[in-house]
Ligand binder design. Structure first.
Ligand code: ANZ
Ligand code: ZN
Length: 813
């Protein structure tokens, strides 16, 4: 019985790699492939989602390294944040100790998976050597005018007692992303980074991010919410001119009412003399976001004059008009806007059509009844005076001038509130003095380190009296420190730059090295970061370039992959706490890291979800054992050898073709296809050995090639086999197989594959269970189809090799 014992070989090879510094990347490397996985939050435990994320990235990094690239593949810890504080409270310890323990145990887990990181570059965001640069950067942002104090209504989690960014509020019932408590709102003064200054570039540059999945780009587009339109003034007699924002200026002739947001200054002015309006505003402002529907609103008794028609239209205050979007006022066109239609129907407001479909729209204008439902498409103007017959697009352009409007672009994106009233984060480097107001902490006094942790129900920094009280850097008078800490998304907005020069102590990162090494070539992480993390990191990169800390790098991540979810065997999301969670540690213990890695990578393409399968794990394990066994039997002289001509030639071509195919699939991030090809090669080798005495050169070349192609995914077993076969040095440094496919080979292979596809199609239509078995000639009815493939003389041998049952047909042919 020859097998390997993963509990012995895996730790041993991990040590060998460390000793040989396989994963170290020297500072003077010219332009390494930068392969990065989103660094983990230090929860203490790796779950399967992590394991998948890091396996994908590690396999790709190893692939690039084996191909001879310098590879930067670092790892660090996203280690600030509320959970540490909560855990510390639960366990009666402090967030730092808890976090450090988590890092220790996660490091162990990483190592046991065989992930190859350059640990010399490890960074930890809760380390003062890291967060001092958050503070330093905050000051540079402030110098650029990108930091503001803004009073605003904020999402407040009553359980975490902290402000949440919009992105941290989840689901329709608006719950806290960490603890799932329904959120409240509160009005407070906060520190904001004015990301809106970059809205246009953040939006437009998405078009060029070809290496990003379309859905992520689309999510960012929606989040930024760019709307091109115009503003036009409507006169409300007694109250002056009120600007509206519209994306549909072409519909201005169809405006049948005018609407103000409850927070609009003119609405408040009207409310001064109108109790009904005052009551409505009060009610609307007290209401939770989803309490009121689109029809909620009140007539003010006032009228606005439509500059296009000169007509007076009634003015409403309505909750569906948002105070901080556009100008907080709009003219409403029920015939062409769904919300306006609903509102008008409820309030008995006339509906006037002004756009009808163009002739080539494929819709009969007669079929449009705007009394029934709004027609929201562009079209041709009707009932629009002298402008009838213009297209919507022409009208929009024309009307801006005609009605003294102004082209205007609006964004849904809001500034980024970074203040958190919690302890475990980067202290904001500001001091408040009664005389001088807010004063920056001088650079030489950075970092502002966190004081000892104390347990309180509120913000522990508020309770740290000694820490809080300082002299004002400007006037020397008594002052106190800002007690808000930064949103942890600040940490992750530039960490990928710190990896380049993690020990630098006079700058956050080395500008020249960033020039050489950035952007990240391949970034891998969860789709849950499609908006916040990935948008903030793009924002930071642009600002850093604008303040000359970067030199022309405007996007941080050239290629992005979002790994799909790992589901439980039941097909439900594998939860960390639920019963369907499979513990990575247990799998590694029982089967070894290579098996876990191979199973995960074979299960699906990185972007696709897949369900955990004990059977799949077993199959991965069996495969590795059997490859190892074939190799060690061969090494021990247990495989009979001899020269055998045609078959060796065929096997040689299969080996070359497999290397070519696998290489291409690795490059395209279709690891499962690459691995499938390797499996096919290995079973070919086994059949070769079973049917005849093998050509030793060919056979050994086959084993070596399979092992090398497998090395990114199953590196430990790979080393073991490499050693058995007498390979020199470490497999991790042994290079990548030649990947030139024989030129005449592709065509033949495609022919075989196409035919298989055809057969599979037929089989699926007829509904026979195992198409592969049939393709390979088991079901008599289909044999002739497969035999067609074998008819080509050159393919007789391949066909025979595919399946013994075909021998007959090959010979017949
Ligand atoms: C007149 C109009 C006619 C509009 C029409 C639309 C259709 P979208 O549709 O998402 O691009 N709007 C303007 N300010 C608003 C505010 N503060 N709160 C809520 N809605 C507001 O958004 C642009 C449209 O949203 C604008 O164009 C405006 O209604 C409305 F047939 O103006 B429109
Ligand atoms: Zn002062």
């Amino acid at each position: 019985e020859r097998g390997f014992d993963h509990t012995e070989i895996e730790p041993a090879w991990q040590d060998e790699w460390d000793e040989a510094d396989v994963f170290r990347i020297p500072d003077d490397a010219e332009d390494p492939a930068y392969v990065l996985a989103m660094f983990p939050y230090t929860s203490g435990n790796l779950h399967m989602g992590h394991v998948r994320n890091y396996t994908i990235t590690d396999a790709y990094a190893r692939f690039e390294r084996l191909r001879g690239e310098d590879v930067l593949h670092p790892m660090g810890w996203d280690s600030f944040g509320l959970p540490a504080e909560n855990a510390a409270e639960e366990r009666d310890t402090n967030p730092r100790d808890w976090t450090m323990d988590c890092i220790d145990s996660m490091t162990e887990q990483f190592k046991s998976m065989g992930f190859g990181y350059d640990w010399e570059r490890e960074i930890t965001t809760c380390d003062p050597d890291y967060y001092r640069w958050n503070q330093w950067l905050f000051k540079r942002f402030r110098e650029e005018g990108l930091v503001e104090r803004q009073a605003s209504e904020l999402n407040w989690c009553p359980s975490c007692e902290t402000v949440l960014a919009d992105e941290q509020v989840e689901g329709e019932d608006e719950v806290c992303w960490r603890c799932e408590t329904p959120i409240d709102t509160r009005e407070m003064d906060q520190w904001f980074l004015t990301i809106t200054d970059y809205a246009e570039e953040l939006f437009e540059a998405l078009d060029e991010l070809d290496g990003w999945p379309n859905n992520v780009r689309e999510m960012q587009r929606n989040w930024i919410g760019k709307q091109e339109g115009a503003s036009v003034a409507f006169e409300i007699p007694g109250y002056g001119e009120v600007d509206i924002f519209t994306t549909r200026l072409d519909t201005i002739y169809g405006a049948t009412y005018f609407s103000l947001a409850p927070g609009h200054p003119v609405a408040r002015e009207i409310a001064d003399d109108n109790d009904e309006v005052a009551e409505y505003i009060e009610m609307a402002e007290a209401a939770e976001e989803d309490d009121l529907d689109v029809t909620s609103g009140v007539f003010t008794g006032e009228y606005a004059i439509n500059p296009a028609t000169g007509e007076e239209i009634p003015v409403y205050v309505a909750d569906y008009v948002l105070t901080d979007i556009g100008t907080g006022a709009l003219y409403a066109v029920p015939a062409h806007d769904d919300r306006d239609h609903e509102f008008a129907t409820a309030h008995d407001i006339p509906i006037q059509q002004v756009v009808e479909p163009t002739e080539d729209a494929g819709v009969d204008p007669e079929d449009i009844d705007v009394q029934e439902a709004a027609y929201t498409e562009d079209g041709v103007l009707v009932n629009s005076g002298e402008f009838d017959g213009l297209t919507s697009e022409e009208a929009r352009e024309r009307f801006v001038e005609e009605f003294d409007g102004e082209a205007r672009t609006e964004y849904n994106l809001r500034d980024w509130g970074i203040s958190r009233q919690r302890y475990w984060g980067t202290p904001i480097p500001m001091i408040h003095c009664d005389d001088c107001g807010y004063v920056e902490v001088p650079d030489e006094d950075l970092p502002v380190e966190l004081p000892e942790f104390v347990q309180t129900t509120g913000n522990p920094l508020d309770a740290a009296e000694e820490w809080k009280s300082v002299d004002c850097p400007d006037c020397g008078g008594p002052a106190h420190r800002e007690t808000d800490t930064m949103d942890t998304f600040v940490d992750s907005s530039w960490y990928f730059l710190r990896f380049l020069s993690p020990d630098l102590d006079d700058a956050p990162f080395d500008t020249e090295r960033a020039d050489d090494w950035m952007p990240v070539d391949q970034y891998v992480g969860g789709i849950e970061h499609a908006v916040m993390h990935l948008l903030y990191a793009r924002f930071f990169t642009k600002v850093l370039d604008d303040v000359d800390l970067l030199d022309g790098v405007r996007e941080p991540f050239e290629n992005l992959t979002n790994q799909g979810m790992v589901l439980g065997e039941d097909g439900n999301k594998m939860s960390k706490s639920g019963d369907n969670g499979v513990s990575p540690a247990r799998i590694v213990e029982e089967y070894g890291a290579d098996t876990a890695r191979l199973f995960i990578m074979e299960a699906a393409q990185p972007e696709k979800e897949f369900a955990w399968s004990a059977e799949g794990v077993q199959s991965a394990s069996d495969f590795l054992q059997s490859l190892y066994t074939v190799a060690s039997e061969y090494a021990a002289g247990d495989v009979s050898t001899g020269d055998d001509g045609t078959i060796a030639e065929y096997v040689d071509r299969e080996i070359a073709a497999t290397a070519a195919k696998a290489t291409e699939e690795y490059e395209d991030f279709r690891f499962n296809h690459a691995l499938q090809a390797v499996r096919e090669l290995v079973s070919l080798l086994r059949r070769y050995r079973d049917v005849t005495a093998v050509d030793p050169d060919t056979f050994e070349d086959g084993l070596v090639t399979a092992t090398k192609l497998l090395a990114p995914v199953a590196p430990h077993v790979g080393e073991e086999i490499w050693e058995e076969l007498g390979g020199e040095g470490l497999l991790a440094e042994a290079g990548w197989p030649e990947s030139e496919a024989p030129t005449d080979y592709d065509l033949e292979r495609r022919l075989i594959e196409d035919t298989r596809e055809d057969v599979r199609d037929i089989v699926e239509t007829v509904g026979i269970e195992d198409p592969d078995a049939i393709t390979l000639g088991v079901a008599p009815a289909w044999k002739h189809t497969v035999a067609d493939v074998a008819r080509d003389a050159d393919n007789v041998v391949p066909a025979v090799m595919q399946n013994e049952n075909l021998q007959q047909y090959g010979e017949d042919a």
